[in-house]
Design a protein around this ligand. Structure first.
Ligand code: HEM
Length: 416
């Protein structure tokens, strides 16, 4: 006999999601003492899952689909329409392969060099007495890296404006009022920009290297041998450029961690690649970024004695799973060395989703993110010095994505 899923009693909890942000699922997991519960969000029943067991269920493609899972406000800002986040089955696998073939060792080496080049250029061009916000600086550096790597031309004079537009896409999905509408406006501007470039590539107006994403995506053929329409190509190119620019959020958190944990910063001086990797893995685990992933059940089924009905919105807690006591010792402590000898499964560490890359919805850019973060840490610790003026380092748990209130200000920088 199937049992009842524990219930988060009361009316629709959309306002509580907005108020509690990253802690929404975690708070109820603790209050109800459960890794699965039922609630109501956006006017419908929703099931929330947390922990690696819940993640394993969530990434079972035979039980969940994505086509009608994402809220419209997320599609109109963050994802764009027609991108692979909303695809299922062979259509998804085929489109995902278009992304994953880009992710080889040469690409990682190039992205590492581009990040270092553009960080150095940024600081060379900024007066050393100026106080800069690391978050805003990182948006420029990451966008320049993304555009050069994908082959999207970026004029010097448009860099700041484009960086603002692209970051509106990830700053606005959970925002209310003006900030949200700014995101929708920027989505249409960004789409127009990239659609124009796709036209130019297809008409031979600009010539690009055949191995650049702007070329391979523009000429990609789907599983039926059809070329993608230019709107979809633009959305998918923005599925590279937008999240690469969003690495600026974790750059701000790197700046915060280096300041909050000076002992850990000390260990990074002259450190090898392995120690730098443990540090950035802990940044990805400890600080929030995406709160949940969303899917819809694609069949009636039972799991751990609980009955799931077809068509139910289901949220997987990404933040809470990375802090789940079943998988992490002292999860509330910042301890990069926890990653020494750590056993990764596809489900126990999911800041960028879980499961598999090729057949599931796990983030296509996880390796790129790790490379971008490692070169940033090495640059900030081993290639330059800077001072950190007094400022507000707090961040809000209902501000998605969370960034320290003063965006991590630094000054008096000099190269070593
Ligand atoms: C900034 C750090 C990043 C975070 C926190 C992040 C997080 C995520 C998350 C949570 C998902 C959804 C997982 C799911 O639905 O189950 C995702 C999907 C995706 N990410 Fe990332 N990501 C990041 C960086 C990147 C980068 C650098 C790229 C590309 C270069 C990228 C490309 C994608 C794509 C294309 C998908 C859709 C995959 C699919 O639906 O199959 N992401 N990411």
């Amino acid at each position: 006999m199937a049992g009842e899923i524990p219930k988060d009693e009361g009316f629709d909890k959309t306002l509580s999601v907005l108020k509690e942000g990253y802690n929404f699922i975690l708070n109820r997991k603790e209050d109800l003492n459960t890794n699965v519960f039922e609630t109501r969000i956006l006017g419908e029943k929703a099931i929330c899952l947390t922990g690696s067991k819940g993640a394993e269920l969530f990434y079972d493609n035979s039980k969940f689909r994505r086509s009608d899972a994402a809220p419209s406000r997320v599609k109109k800002t963050l994802f764009g329409k027609g991108g692979l986040q909303g695809l299922d089955g062979t259509e998804h696998q085929h489109r995902k392969a278009m992304f994953m073939t880009l992710m080889d060792d040469d690409a990682m080496g190039e992205i590492d060099l581009l990040m270092r080049k553009y960080w150095r250029k940024y600081f060379e061009e900024t007066g050393s007495i100026e106080t800069i916000e690391l978050y805003e600086a990182a948006k420029i550096v990451t966008l320049q890296t993304a555009c050069e790597w994908t082959g999207v031309p970026l004029k010097r004079k448009e860099t700041v404006e484009r960086a603002g537009q692209i970051s509106d896409l990830f700053e606005s999905p959970a925002a209310l009022g003006v900030q949200h509408w700014k995101g929708r406006f920027s989505r249409s501007k960004a789409n127009d920009w990239i659609e124009g470039i796709v036209d130019d590539v297809r008409n031979g107006k600009i010539s690009v290297d055949e191995h650049r994403a702007v070329y391979t995506f523009s000429w990609h053929r789907d599983e039926n041998g059809e070329m993608l329409d230019k709107k979809t190509v633009a959305v998918e190119l923005l599925n590279l450029i937008r999240p690469m620019t969003a690495v600026s959020v974790w750059t701000a958190m790197i700046g915060l961690a280096l300041h909050e944990f000076p002992g850990e910063k000390g260990k990074l001086k002259g450190a090898d690649d392995q120690k730098i990797e443990w540090f950035i893995q802990e940044v990805r685990r400890y600080y929030p970024f995406f709160p949940f992933a969303a899917a819809r059940t694609d069949a009636d089924f039972e799991w751990k004695g609980f009955k799931f009905e077809e068509g139910t919105l289901t949220l997987l807690d990404l933040y809470g799973t990375n802090r789940h006591p079943d998988d992490w010792v002292h999860p509330e402590q910042f301890m990069p060395e926890r990653f020494e000898g750590w056993q990764q499964t596809p489900f126990n560490f999911i800041p960028q989703g879980g499961g598999t890359y090729d057949f599931g919805h796990r983030c296509a850019g996880e390796f790129i993110t790790i490379v971008m973060m490692k070169s940033t840490v090495d640059f900030l610790v081993n290639e330059m010095e800077y001072d950190v003026p007094d400022q507000d380092f707090d961040f809000e748990f209902n501000d998605i994505p969370a960034v320290p209130n003063d965006k991590v200000k630094i000054n008096n920088y000099r190269f070593k």
